[in-house]
Design a protein. Structure first.
Length: 337
């Protein structure tokens, strides 16, 4: 489960130093809000990835030094664990884990998760909303760069030629924190532990899925040094996904009980999403609705077609994602020292 703009950013990212970001209570329930309807939740209480998600298996795009492998993705102890280790392969020195929950694809919504990155230079622990239809330069990223003494979160919302981004200093690696993306027509906000940190009033409108990953070696992240302890893990405690539902009554989140809400059977192309699904951040399964219908009603043959097409979609998604990560790293960020 990270984006890029070629020669398009006119303003540099703003570093906003803040005192250590306060740790969120272990099982604190997010404040209930009207306008959001929970459609999926998972607390990783089992030993396998939820059916809505799958692993990345491809090189990190561009001038990077890591590649994504399913071997670095584990679910245990109530956590999704995305690893990073030194393991040379095909010219890359680091093996890392990443997942895409591409079966949870929707236009607009609230995406919330609780996570803890490892401490170390050369580590980028991130979450992304990625466009299902691979719309160029249309994504949302929360990237935590836990370099000792210089920990920061790089937040960005990108749509066409428009990019809104900022950098928030703080202490992220020592505890779990809650990260939230609220996306509605004409407004996208990113919150850290409930505090708004980025606002984009011109977000895209393409359907997206949420993904998580750890990577290394691009110009933004830099390379690990001798003090970076490997192997390392980016741990995700839980994930909640809400549909945008104007006027909906507030509902209590499942975070307090850590009991996942009923998972939609492969949310067929967020059927509840507005018809004009245009193009916002990050989702590779544009044909999810049609594929889902084939899987549900096509018998054995339909099932084979579904898995073949789904596999092709994931491959294309990862390829497009890697390319845009390369552009992001090459075009907007200066090399890490």
């Amino acid at each position: 489960m990270r984006s890029a703009r070629i020669a398009r950013v006119a303003a540099a990212a703003v570093l906003i130093p803040v005192a250590a970001v306060p740790a969120a209570p272990a099982l604190a329930a997010p404040a209930a809000q009207p306008g959001w309807r929970q459609v999926w939740s998972n607390d990783f209480s089992g030993s396998a990835l939820p059916g809505q998600c799958t692993t990345y298996n491809a090189p990190h795009g561009g001038p990077a030094d890591s590649y994504y492998t399913p071997d670095e993705v584990h679910v245990s102890g109530g956590m999704l664990r995305l690893g990073m280790r030194r393991q040379p392969k095909n010219g890359r020195n680091y093996a890392t884990g990443g997942v895409t929950c591409y079966k949870i694809t929707q236009r607009y919504g609230k995406f919330e998760y609780r996570a803890r990155p490892p401490l170390g230079k050369g580590v980028d622990a991130y979450a992304t909303l990625w466009p299902q239809d691979q719309t160029p330069d249309d994504d949302v990223l929360i990237e935590v760069l836990p370099r000792p003494g210089q920990e920061k979160a790089y937040l960005s919302s990108n749509h066409g030629g428009n990019s809104v981004h900022t950098t928030i200093g703080g202490a992220y690696s020592g505890a779990f924190h809650t990260y939230t993306i609220e996306w509605s027509p004409g407004l996208l906000r990113i919150l850290l532990d409930g505090a708004p940190r980025l606002t984009d009033r011109h977000p895209g409108a393409a359907a997206k899925w949420i993904g998580f990953a750890v990577s290394s070696g691009d110009p933004l992240t830099g390379e690990p040094d001798g003090a970076t302890q490997l192997p390392a893990e980016f741990d995700v405690d839980w994930v909640h996904v809400y549909a945008y539902a104007p006027g909906a009554a507030a509902a209590t989140s499942a975070a307090a009980s850590r009991t996942p809400a009923a998972s939609p059977a492969v949310p067929s192309s967020p059927a509840s999403a507005p018809a004009q699904r245009s193009a916002p951040a990050s989702d590779p399964v544009r044909s999810a609705p049609a594929l889902t219908a084939a899987a549900d009603g096509g018998g054995a043959g339909g099932g084979l077609i579904w898995w073949a097409l789904a596999g092709a979609v994931v491959v294309l998604s990862i390829s497009g994602y890697a390319l845009r990560r390369r552009r992001r790293a090459a075009g907007r960020h200066t090399p890490a020292g």
